[in-house]
Design a protein around this ligand. Sequence first.
Ligand SMILES: C[S@@+](CC[C@H](N)C(=O)[O-])C[C@H]1O[C@@H](n2cnc3c(N)ncnc32)[C@H](O)[C@@H]1O
Length: 681
Amino acid sequence: MSTTFEQLPHDMTQFNGKESSDSFMIRRQHATNDHCTLFSFKAIILLTAVSLSCSKKASSVHTSFSTFVAPITPRSILSAKTLVKLCLNNEEATEWDDEVRSEVAHALVPVLFPQASSRRHSITAETALKKLLRAKYQRLSSSKGYLEKDKIESKTMDGSGFGSATLLLGTSVMRLRHWYVVATTRHHVSPRDKTPPIPCPFDASILSLLTGGSFDVSNVIPNESEITCSIVNHNNHSDNELLSFVSAMINEHCNYLSMNASLPLPLEGKFRQNPVLKLSLLFSMPVFLTEALLKRYGYSTTKDIFVNSNAPGPVTIRKNSIRFPGSDEKLGQWLLDEDGVHVLPLTNSIENLPFQQREIQEKLAIYASADGSNQFVIGSGPNMGTIIAPRGCLQILESDADATKKTAKKLMKSIWSMKGWQLGYFEVQDAGSQVIVHSLEAEPGDSILDYCAGNGGKTFGIASVLMERGYSAINDDNHAIISEIVAHDVADQRLRQIKGSMSRVGFVEQRDQRLASKISSFYTEQRDHGKNCRCNIRISTSSELESSSSSRKFDIVLVDAPCSSTGVLRRRPSQRWSLTEKEAFETLPELQLNILKEAAKFVKSGGKLVYSTCSLLKQENEDIVSAFEHSDVFQGSFVRWNFNSLESTVKDNSNTTEHHTLTIIPTAVNDGFFIARFKAL
Ligand SMILES: C[S@@+](CC[C@H](N)C(=O)[O-])C[C@H]1O[C@@H](n2cnc3c(N)ncnc32)[C@H](O)[C@@H]1O
């Protein structure tokens, strides 16, 4: 008997339930695969036991279970709470009531460390777990680092960040896969058992520990230096130590899953034939998401997307020409000299393309800026691609064989402590996000509304492009070029963040009595020989923008809409499980269409409107574009604005039909995004 597709819940929150089977008679009749060990057997006992003990229905078996469990002190219960909090996804751990936590503690000690039962009170759950892990993963746990929560994007540059990113990816991401291992293993263990698989109440980190023995990871143990792990907001050394081990283990799983996507699971028959289930289980993705992406991209590209979504992403930076007017190469040299960090301009190659079509190079098109000088996207089809080399885009090398000891030491530092960042020479920004900035094709002197400015990632990118090109655009008839950007967002907190970055990025506050007191206005300028190139940024709340809407129109409006983040899942590990079907297919699309229609009224005649997301879902991308194009706002007022396509590599012209939308697929070098462009009549 095995788990069927129908038994796999669409709503993955069910996996956190506390259901259980009626029996916990476990006999290991035959192994699920050659890699099963005693460790996994213990894990299964524990999981079953805890599932049972967490269930109200479990009272009948609880007596026999209790005989197996050593009494524990309040101190160890408390410790177990800490353990659970640390090891489990926070949201879930907080939902657990005390009873469940103490059951976990009860279960952990004797099952994982049976000798403890003869030395009552002498060992806590943490100690048991630590000892177990130490024995198994000692080699991997030697170094540690620290990570601030929510900064995965920027932290993956260094050893600690890489390990931590993987830890977070692992803990949040692999839930479905681990559940499946446990469930199917249990079924193979007890084939005559008629009960459904046990939805396991543990999060992946515990499951990783517990199912570790199910995998043969001996060939995929990463370098010790990559396993430097850290704990978020936790100063207790021993807890850090514990999570180092957890991280090491999860790291193995992640590397294994992302780099070596073969199937060590007992996927048979129905499973193997069902692509939705197969990809969902293999890559631990919600079923509704897998279904939607398969429909849009097909099997091969969806699989590539998932491989990249499960591995830590690269650390990409954007040169800030306001603070660093030199070339990309000069910035690279400066960062090497001053920060000891190797960066290289981003260059992607056809070999890296995540498409089935990668073999058929003649079908590739290159999308570029109007003058062809800045080539940024290479596509396998008319409107789908990945990034090649936008100007100003550099990537920090993760491992550098030539690094001196000094460099290696500096690499362990946080990106925020780099001199280059503190001086505002660069910003951390994914290549795809940079392409969105370039796709506006902003000209010095333009007025631009960044309607969903967030914390200013694109606002500052636009300013950098305008200032880089502005000074050289000044001619004899024109001694001053002034560009203006209005950064708007509904979230005041985000706007405050933009304000906080202004000075580092190179802007000074403008004190102008004529401006309303609440409006924050900043400027940067370059003056030379009577010429003046200037860029103003005004920060505007909704009410301020609304009050000027009748008179104020812009050359360009960017709508970088709130979305499901399905193109950047590796940067937000918990996103795949917190995103609901309703949100992805109803709530967000409705919001996105409303925002786009609302923002469109700020485009001046002849101006441009660009819609972008970091989603890969058709419902948030092409469907929004289509709904917008059928709306009254579009009809008679806007037309599509196609991307410029260079045809240098294209032999089959039929495939390069110009398009006004572009989907950027996540790869090893960039995240996933969508862009649509319109022009006002
Ligand atoms: C994808 S984020 C923007 C990221 C930002 N452009 C950047 O590059 O860093 C989407 C933003 O839209 C904002 N938002 C949500 N609803 C909005 C609305 N109705 N109008 C304007 N902004 C909105 C959110 O507060 C959020 O900051």
